[in-house]
Structure formats: C-alpha cells, structure tokens
Design a protein around this ligand. Structure first.
Ligand code: MN
Length: 228
C-alpha cells in the first residue's frame, strides 16, 4: 500500500438520486457559448464554429445548497447548465457510441466571476481566475440515464428570487451531448468520473448575497442554491 507523505485529498463525490452510492468526480469540462442566444448576448457570432472548452477542478464542486459570494470580484454571474456524468471514456470515441459512456445527468451552475473573466479575455489570458474558484460549481444529485433516458430536449430555467432569468430548451444546444463527448475524446483521454457542463442559455446575470437561485431541468429535477 502506498504511504503518503501528507494526507491525500478526499475524493470529491456527487450523490445519486434514490441511492446511497456516490459518483466519484474526476475532471470537469465546460463548453463555452453553446446556446446561440447566449453567444449573442456575450457579443459573439452564434454560427457553428468549433467548440471550445475550459476546465473547472473537481474540488470546485459543491452540493451544500449554498454559494458563498467569492472574494476578489463584484460581478458574479449565474450560468445554469445540464451536467453530463460519464461512466467510461477513451480516445477518439465515435458519435454513434458516445452516449454509451454517459452514466447520468444533473443540474449545475457554472458560477463565474464575470469581471475577472472579462479582464482575462481582454488580456488574452486563461479564464481560470474567473471560472475555477472555490465552490464555483454548485451541483445537484445525479440521476442515472437509465431513469431519465438521454436528455436532448426539455426546458432549462433559472429563477432568482422568484423571477425568471434564464429560460431555454436543451434542444437549443449548438453542440449536442454526443458531439461534445466525441470532440473532447479527440483531445483528451476522457474517463469515467468526468463531468461535462454543457453550456448555458441566455439570461446570465449577477447575483448578490441573500439571493435564492431556483434551477430546473424538465424531466430531471430541481435545485435551489442560496447565495451567502
Ligand atoms: Mn458556462
């Protein structure tokens, strides 16, 4: 048995709905601008160009139902997203076989320090400081695809303090789930435990301490997050 010189970090896990088993999280791939109306609101051309991804860290996942307002920012935005959880992976996965690698689905928020992301964009720097900070990925429990079927349509929405801010449909994704899996597998060895945050519909915006974010994906479930 390996002897560690310091205690190893605990395995980050997501709960499974209706089960006492857990899903161990490995990597988190996040796609940018995957809904045309969100690409437009961020000032970009919504035409289908190759997708691009950034990563969050597994340790950014949080399932406590709260989101602590992070430091070094005054403009934190919500981005409501479908989370795709992989049970297996590989390299050069074909489009036809891609969905066989999906364990299940969950709700997730790609919380973003928009001011820091904007500055990084302007300077041509990486986005990590805007995207991959502590507790920047609030997530729900996962639901196995064996229960939901594969989710390629259905309402995805987010309310802040009861007011609808984001309201889209999963069928508006520019790059569909099998395409994202196939594409990622050409660049990385993707694997069981990996999560894909599949992009956000239009209506992203700032939150403040005390706000309540209510998230819903049709045929999947709901998640409520309080900003503290
Ligand atoms: Mn996002």
């Amino acid at each position: 048995m390996t002897k560690f010189v310091i205690d190893p970090a605990p395995q980050v896990c997501l709960p499974i709905r209706g089960s006492n088993e857990s899903f161990p999280v490995r990597r988190i791939y996040c796609i940018g601008r995957n809904y045309a109306d969100h690409a437009i609101e961020m000032g970009h051309d919504p035409n289908k160009e190759p997708p691009f991804f950034f990563q969050k860290n597994a340790q950014n996942v949080d399932t406590s139902g709260t989101f602590p307002y992070p430091p070094q920012t005054s403009d934190v935005h919500h981005e409501m997203e479908l989370v795709v959880a992989l049970k297996s992976g590989g390299a050069d996965i074909s489009l036809e076989n891609a969905l066989e690698h999906v364990y299940g689905y969950g709700l997730g928020l790609d919380m973003t320090r928009r001011d820091l992301q904007g500055e990084a964009k302007k300077l041509g720097r990486p986005w990590e400081v805007g995207k991959s900070f502590e507790k920047s990925a609030p997530m729900s429990e996962l639901v196995p695809a064996s229960e939901t079927g594969h989710l390629d349509q259905g309402r995805i929405c987010l309310k802040v303090n009861g007011e609808i801010k984001q309201d889209g449909d999963l069928n508006q994704m520019i790059w569909k789930v099998p395409e994202m899996i196939a594409y990622l597998s050409r660049f990385y060895d993707i694997a069981g435990g990996d999560l894909i945050m599949s992009g956000t519909p239009a209506g992203v915006g700032p939150i403040q301490r005390g706000d309540k974010m209510e998230c819903e994906i049709e045929n999947l479930g709901t998640m409520t997050i309080e900003v503290i």
